[in-house]
Design a binder for this molecule. Structure first.
Ligand code: WT7
Length: 572
């Protein structure tokens, strides 16, 4: 298919010549921007914050924060001191040492960022949890990681099953007049009394930094461990892909509960000394445009689902705001529809740059750059230093236009270090030839652009969030009325996919809309709102293999009126 390419953007970009840089670049040279590259002794929080707090950026704004009730800003110097204070609280009252898991379960707030940075300064491994998680999701993650410390808010505390978490020793509650008892301590009170001086713990480049739980098609969510070394790529991609420069005001809309909100909501922008806008609270098209106008945001990183919602809100409302500060827009999380790119050209007069990567990859891998032509619908080309290919199931590279596994040659700096407690799972990502296999299918055209085709497994991407069908099915069958459940992603114009569940009821239960709603609420309360099926169909029986595995691909084919394919393994 011939698509109309969008021409390169002329200007002083950090990456000026993609092809030339791709040919010459070596990660060994890139790490030399960091003084630790020789000693190997490093700390992400020092590089992201403290380093700037001493030099010319001392009084530069590091963080602009705003939500429904608060509006604050902090310089790099202040960020250094406030994260030191948070570190001191965790150390003195939480006994936090290098390698301990410190989990953070709270909505976005300045304290969240002070605490993440403070914990990293102690050499701890941070586990950020999305605020929408319900008790079951919180328990699974804290248990699997063996978290020692949790930082949360009074509102979220009742979703923490303290009695089921013997390894959790200290819970800090960020609120006013917190009642202290047992493991529970008042964060704010201790924060105020703490010193703004802290000795940073120097760690090895491959020591643990952050643990993001993410879903697969089978089993419970897995803990993807990233290490300090990944900063090399966070820094380099913040330069090349986000194109961040000294005067920029950058806004990443992702929550730190997801990898985009840490790699590019914390590390990338601050490693490059950029002013970072963080907005808490809920989404409305008006409030988003208002934030861009108010902070004069220049670089904006968001997701297709958000762009589609903005597109749905209409072009008139865009005109009500002055968005002339914007110079660069970037997207991640799901396929970026050519339609959305065309809309962006129309209303912002800017190209939206798609980027492809995953929780496991830690940072951007296949991207569109200002200096490169964009083919709408394509994810772009691998960043310099990264080799991507389409391989068959044996790891053999396929020629252009052949669809296959999107694979990356092992060895980029931000690659996950392991899957927590599950080395076997980690190994399962790799194929002969040192290929990391993404789980996505794609093809490459003759000019080296990659085109996303779909997930190979059954993982569902809904509003840019990854949901494992097995997790939802497991929760569904906990409901007394549910005998069996099969869950699929159903294409949706705004959300990318929605979660659809097929349910066989136990004897004695009657199908009804009330029951559907009750089951939906059950998943919402037990797992998370975004994991609850938006659609439920009752069936007498579900298609299963002879070994009893629910055949999601058959459910999907039925739902979408597609051929069901080979049914030889299906039970009678
Ligand atoms: C999966 C990873 C990395 C942050 C966001 C998601 C899908 C991601 C794109 C894109 C098409 C994309 C893939 C991938 N995905 N970016 N630009 N075009 N699909 O991270 O939750 O780990 O999900 O998201 O299917 O495998 P994640």
């Amino acid at each position: 298919m011939k698509v109309e390419a969008l021409p390169v953007i002329q200007g002083e970009h950090n990456l000026l010549n993609y092809a030339e840089t791709y040919g010459q670049f070596d990660w060994k040279d890139a790490e030399k921007v960091f003084s630790w590259s020789e000693t190997g002794k490093v700390n992400m929080a020092y590089e992201a914050i403290d380093r700037h707090a001493e030099g010319a950026r001392k009084n530069k704004i590091a963080l602009y924060y705003q939500d429904g009730t608060r509006k604050e800003k902090y310089t790099f110097k202040e960020m250094k001191e406030l994260s030191n204070k948070a570190g001191n609280v965790l150390k003195a009252y939480g006994d936090v040492d290098k390698g301990d898991r410190v989990f953070i379960f709270m909505p976005r707030s300045p304290e969240l960022y002070f605490t993440v940075l403070g914990a990293i300064k102690l050499g701890a491994i941070v586990g950020p949890l999305f605020e929408a998680f319900m008790e079951g999701a919180v328990r699974d993650r804290l248990q699997d990681s063996g978290a020692k410390v949790l930082v949360t808010t009074p509102e979220l505390l009742n979703r923490v099953p303290v009695d089921e978490l013997p390894e959790l020793k200290h819970i800090f509650v960020v609120g006013s007049n917190v009642e202290e008892s047992g493991k529970i301590q008042d964060f704010n009170k201790k924060f105020e009394q703490s010193s703004k001086f802290l000795e940073v713990e120097w760690v090895d480049r491959n020591d643990g930094l952050i643990l993001h739980y993410t879903s697969g098609s089978t089993g419970k969510p897995k803990g993807v461990l990233h290490v300090h070394n990944s900063m090399i790529q966070h820094y380099q991609t913040a330069k090349w892909v986000l194109d961040l420069k000294e005067g920029d005001v950058y806004w990443c809309t992702a929550d730190p509960g997801w990898v985009t909100g840490t790699s590019y909501g914390i590390f990338g922008p601050w490693l490059t000394g950029t002013s970072n806008v963080i907005i808490g609270g809920r989404f409305s098209p008006e409030s988003w445009y208002k934030m861009i106008e108010e902070y004069e945001v220049t670089v904006w990183y968001s997701a297709p689902t958000a762009f589609r919602m903005l597109m749905g809100a209409g072009d008139e409302i865009v005109k009500a705001f002055n968005l002339s500060s914007l110079r660069h827009i970037v997207s991640v999380g799901e396929p970026l529809n050519p339609e959305v790119i065309r809309w962006g050209m129309k209303v912002f007069n800017l190209r939206i740059h798609d980027t492809w990567w995953m929780t496991e990859t830690g940072a951007q891998l296949i991207c569109n750059y200002p200096c490169m032509e964009i083919k709408p619908g394509s994810m772009g080309k691998p960043i310099p230093g990264v080799q991507a290919a389409i391989v068959d199931d044996q790891g053999q590279e396929l020629p252009p236009y052949r669809m296959g596994n999107l694979a990356i040659k092992k060895g980029w700096p931000s690659m996950m270090h392991t899957i927590w407690n599950n080395e076997q799972k980690y190994e399962s990502y790799f194929m002969p030839g040192d290929w990391y296999v993404s789980g996505d299918s794609a093809y490459m055209d003759e000019e080296g652009y990659f085109w996303f085709q779909g997930r190979i497994d059954d993982v569902i991407m809904t509003s840019g969030e990854r949901v494992g069908p097995f997790e939802v099915e497991s929760k569904l069958v906990e409901h007394p009325a549910v005998a069996e459940a099969g869950v699929i992603g159903k294409p949706d114009p705004v959300r990318g996919e929605i979660i659809k569940a097929f349910i066989a009821l136990r004897d004695g239960y009657e199908q009804s809309d009330e029951l559907k709603e009750e089951i939906r609420q059950f998943v919402k309360q037990g797992l998370a709102a975004h994991a609850a099926p938006r659609e439920i169909d009752f069936r007498d029986k579900l298609p299963k293999t002879r070994s009893g595995k629910i055949m999601r691909r058959v459910l999907k084919a039925w739902e979408l009126d597609l051929p069901t394919g080979d049914l030889s393994t299906m039970e009678d």
